[in-house]
Design a protein around this ligand. Sequence first.
Ligand SMILES: [Zn+2]
Length: 136
Amino acid sequence: MHELALARSLVDMVEEYALEHNATRVNRINLRLGEMSAMTRALHFCFGAVCQGTACEGALLAIEEVPLTVFCSHCDEVKQPSGRYSFRCVDCGMPTPRVVTGKELQLVSIELSESEFRQIQNAGDRTGEVAGSATP
Ligand SMILES: [Zn+2]
């Protein structure tokens, strides 16, 4: 459910962006995803289902995984924990509840297909009927 909702809002966001730029196709979506979310696989899976019939259909979802790092106040240093759910410093064993990286979900960039956009423009016989009504 969580991943599905996330995939949906992602596709919505990208489609809105594509509309704003008069593009009908999206080539690639670049995303940064924290290792801790452990959602890369699920998101890929949901994305494929959600994007059908949208401008995102067939787009490549490129996910860059951001490794988990935590801050140890005892060592006063940023550390990489030994495991995804291990919130203790690998060096001194103190609890490290402060996550520095690994939780992010960030839409980095969207690559639109411009060639297709031009093709569609040229194919239109009638002009003036394209309503620019992408008002939210
Ligand atoms: Zn430590």
